[in-house]
Design a protein around this ligand. Sequence first.
Ligand code: VGL
Ligand code: ZN
Length: 212
Amino acid sequence: MNEATRFADDSVLIVVDVQNDFCPGGALAVPRGDEIIPIVNTLAARFGNVVLTQDWHPRGHSSFASSHRGRKPFETIEAYYGTQVLWPDHCVQGTPGAALHRALEVPHAGLIIRKGTHPAIDSYSTFYENDRKTPTGLVGYLRERGLGRIFLAGLAFDFCVRYSAEDARREGFDAFVIEDACRGIDMDGSVAATRTSLSTLGVPCIRAQEFA
Ligand code: VGL
Ligand code: ZN
């Protein structure tokens, strides 16, 4: 990236799921998840185009362990669309846990995209739900606005950031993950698997400092 292309108008920062439930004290806390907030605030100020995402589940969502008799959080089940991790109840629509963290300051964000709203499908990616087919509409938004270079930050590095970055590449966007502006859950080596997958797909992991 050189100076001419770095902040070009076709760049967009997507800030993934910086919500209370993913921060310390929340229902599905990502370790040290709140540490990224000042980094994201500074970063976002460098972008003219910013999209925020919110994990936004109806009560009784199929990704919740509590929706499956005898199942516990972090076990997996076979859903009709494939293997699904079961999570503690989190980011229930309209609850304080689902709210964006109050320290997040991105007033110029142009779009908030909510995902995981369908009762029977989880959605890690902010482009397609976990059936890999149901779109959120974000591809259309980005294409219509000519935003072809996607920078990703947020929570969790190894789930929603990972799947979003992978889908961005598959859709033909340039994608970059700003790794120090992310934190991971790290289940069964998922952080290492994410690094491998992103590098295979041609998604560079970069540092927030590159935007100073
Ligand atoms: C996420 C697990 C379940 C995430 C969302 O934002 O990474 N992870 N729902
Ligand atoms: Zn979720």
